[in-house]
Ligand binder design. Structure first.
Ligand code: PLP
Ligand code: COI
Length: 344
């Protein structure tokens, strides 16, 4: 199969129209079998709850090409489980695991020519979407839904590219309320962050870092990624909060730290003011962000620097990044059973 003629190494994190997308619809309690379609447009009723009341959610995962040409999916079952939790919270029908995985697999297989080649530094981003369609003016769940899986080849999420150092600015705004939607992947969690991100960027940071909404004291997460922190005593810390998105990348990194690097791992509330001076290395992590070391943090009117004056990647984050990427690309034994080849 011939790959598309693309400068893979120049890709950013942008939409590219690929050849096929998978679409299934739900009505009267039943999912349609689903099929590959070519149009990038969705016909939506003007009264659809996805438009009026943001009854919509999404997922994000990646496929990578291994050295031997296999296309590897990373922990797709966990994206399915998370979409199920999100859909329960938003009163949407669950996408059955078999349908979710078939949608992902078929969309990847049909667009195999768009999967970046091994060694290109790029990957195929997979975006499952579940939206409430059909007319509905009152605040009620939709009567019809579409499950769609689109895929795009992508490069690094942050403009600095690859494994390079980014910066964050603590936001005065809140991302999510303690008993709100922060722990599910509802699209509604994101537009509020656009303004907070702009404010962070005006300060020279890449993204906003949110603190807990109740006390503005504990670290929550960045606008599009969770946070991990290397601290004294060979420890990897990550915030515990019921208002952050449970990142699949973070869970994987914590497991790598514990089982592959023998680190002590802790998921607990992290008091920024009280603990910032103990942080040795900080990183943002997520499917799009992969592992992006945070060199400096704007907090309380000043920049706080981490490893290497905030300019070089620290040894812990470098190791975690290498192991994660090696597993994702099939370059290293996968003792956890996280990757799965797409049958071509
Ligand atoms: N936090 C937010 C707000 C996100 O949008 C994402 C991206 O999915 C993450 C964290 C990272 O989650 P994951 O590692 O599952 O992609
Ligand atoms: C992802 O990392 O998959 C996300 O969904 C984050 C998004 C804001 C790009």
């Amino acid at each position: 199969m011939e790959k598309k003629n693309i400068e893979w190494s120049k890709l950013g994190f942008e939409y590219t129209k690929t050849d096929y997308r998978f679409s299934a619809t739900w009505e009267d309690g039943e999912w349609s079998p689903g099929e590959l379609v070519t149009s990038e447009y969705i016909q939506l009723h003007e009264g659809s709850p996805a438009l009026h009341y943001a009854q919509q959610c999404f997922e994000g995962l990646k496929a990578q090409t291994a050295k031997d040409g296999r296309i590897l999916l990373f922990r797709a079952d966990l994206n399915c489980e998370r979409m199920r939790n999100t859909s329960d919270r938003l009163s949407m029908p669950r996408v059955p695991e078999a349908l979710f995985l078939r949608g992902v697999t078929e969309a990847v297989r049909a667009n195999a020519a768009w999967v970046p080649p091994y060694g290109s530094g790029a990957s195929l981003y997979i975006r499952p979407l579940l939206i409430g369609v059909g007319s509905n003016m009152g605040l009620r769940p939709a009567k019809q839904y579409e499950f769609r899986v689109i895929v795009c080849p992508v490069g690094p999420y942050y403009k600095s590219g690859g494994l390079s150092v980014i910066s964050l600015a603590v936001s005065d705004f809140d991302r999510a309320a303690p008993q709100g939607l922060g722990d599910v992947k509802a699209g509604a969690n994101y537009p509020g962050g656009l303004y907070a991100t702009r404010k962070a960027q005006e300060l020279g940071a890449y993204e906003a870092l949110y603190l807990d909404a109740a006390q503005h004291r504990y670290i929550e997460e960045a606008g599009s990624a969770n946070i991990v922190i290397a601290a004294k005593g060979n420890t990897l810390l990550t915030p515990k909060s019921s208002a952050i998105l449970p990142s699949i990348t973070r869970r994987s990194i914590m497991d790598i730290a514990k089982h592959e690097l023998g680190m002590h791992t802790e998921e607990r509330p992290i008091d920024l003011r009280a603990e910032i001076d103990t942080f040795e290395e900080v990183a943002a992590c997520g499917t799009a962000a992969v592992l992006s070391p945070v060199g400096k943090l704007w907090y309380d009117g000043a920049w706080h620097h981490f490893y290497g004056k905030g300019e070089t990647v620290g040894p812990v984050m470098q190791k975690l990044y290498d192991i994660l990427c090696q597993i994702q690309r099939g370059e290293r034994a996968d003792p956890f059973g996280w990757t799965r080849a797409v049958a071509l």
